[in-house]
Design a protein around this ligand. Structure first.
Ligand SMILES: Nc1nc2c(ncn2[C@@H]2O[C@H](COP(=O)(O)OP(=O)(O)OP(=O)(O)O)[C@@H](O)[C@H]2O)c(=O)[nH]1
Ligand SMILES: [Mg+2]
Length: 356
């Protein structure tokens, strides 16, 4: 009786143990192999198809969101899915400040998203909702200013402090958010931003091929009520940073107030240009250069700027690009994007496909 019971045991040894040992040996060999040179790997490149086709950058679509605006966010996301021809299904990052923190809230939102735009997205079989990530931001009022509205007496008190936090986030902090550490380009949309028609190119590809640092749709002005002190702040910074001053003075698109008013005007009454940056594409590393970071540090060292005077991210994006970029070489007006955002008028320019 012992023999019959041994037969299955031997069979088991042969069918399970032997392949297992062989598998183990192959894994050990595989993982102990370090290619001495990159060139060695390139011999196998034809077989590594995903590497061969992967673009040399990463990207993400980012939003700052509120649960109270979930419906308009769904519309905006649907327009991203329908009209933005991305070559890869890049992540959709929803920054929030706690109201999307609970799993049931996230699940609910994703279920609504699936109902609205379920199915494959952006040249892939990946469901749009599987690309969505929720990333929490911790917004705290900075030291050095009163933490009550009554004491601080901010401009735009009805939206304080949320809107003011938003301005500080998009002006300075976003570039250093850990989730974006390995992201080359982000495309920002606001919950009230909409694409209206299909775009004839992938805007990340344009940014990459044209080697741009900042992509935008249009430029407007921010009202003097929300830029109090900003001209003087910029002038003082330029005064103590000669390289910034000479860069600004050499720019054909930069005008100090005195240049067009003969110095007879209160600078606080002069509007400052601002990008309509409720849509923008940013090459993150360009905004993390030490000289740019120093400017951001200077800004956050004066918390009244954002939290009392409500300096906006739109004029600050304009000022930052003017200070540190070659406006002609580094920025791109992205044409052919049929886009809607309340109160912005964007002049259309023709859509030119990248690969006609
Ligand atoms: N979490 C959070 N998000 C906000 C807050 N305020 C604004 N946002 C988001 O920040 C983005 C910009 O806000 P908007 O209110 O659209 O700002 P805006 O475009 O300058 O102003 P509008 O002309 O009113 O559209 C949107 O995606 C908003 O959802 C806030 O207090 N909390
Ligand atoms: Mg808006």
């Amino acid at each position: 009786m012992a023999i019959p019971s041994l037969v299955p045991q031997c069979t088991l040894t042969r069918t399970v143990v032997v392949p297992f040992v062989l598998l183990l040996i192959s894994f050990t060999l595989l993982f102990s192999f370090h290619p001495p040179f990159k060139a060695t790997l390139s011999k196998f490149a034809p077989f590594i198809t995903s590497h061969a086709t992967h673009p040399p950058y990463t990207a993400a679509v980012v939003y700052l969101v509120r649960l109270s605006h979930a419906d308009e966010l769904l519309e905006s996301l649907a327009s991203v899915n329908a009209f933005l021809p991305l070559r890869d299904p890049w992540p959709i990052i929803l920054f929030h400040t706690g109201d999307f923190d609970d799993t049931p809230v996230q699940d609910d939102f994703l279920a609504s998203l699936r109902k609205k735009i379920g199915g494959p997205s952006n040249n892939s079989i990946m469901d749009f909702s599987d690309r969505v990530e929720f990333v929490k931001l911790d917004w705290v009022l900075p030291e050095g200013i009163p933490h009550t509205k009554e004491e601080l007496d901010p401009v735009s008190p009805s939206s304080w402090p949320g809107y003011h936090h938003m301005c500080a986030f998009y002006s300075t902090k976003i570039f250093f958010n850990p989730r974006l550490r390995d992201v080359t380009y982000y495309l920002r949309m606001d919950t009230d931003s909409l694409f209206l028609e299909p775009l004839c190119y992938d805007p990340f590809e344009v940014m990459h091929l044209h080697q741009r640092s900042y992509g935008y749709l249009g430029i407007g002005n921010d009202a003097p009520q929300v830029t109090k002190g900003l001209w003087n702040f910029i002038r003082d910074y330029a005064g103590s940073h000669p390289e910034v001053e000479s860069h600004l003075n050499a720019s054909t698109t930069w005008k100090w107030p005195s240049n067009f008013t003969n110095g007879e005007v209160d600078w606080d009454d002069v509007p400052i240009h601002g990008y309509y940056n409720n849509f923008e594409i940013v090459k993150l590393e360009e905004f993390r250069k030490p000289e740019v970071e120093e400017w951001f540090y200077h800004l956050v060292q004066y918390p009244e700027g954002f939290y009392k005077w409500r300096w906006g991210d739109a004029p600050l994006r304009w000022v930052t690009t003017q200070m540190f970029f070659d406006m002609e070489r580094d920025t791109e007006r992205l044409c052919g994007i049929h886009y809607y955002h309340p109160y912005n008028y964007i002049e259309q320019c023709e859509c030119v496909p990248l690969h006609p």
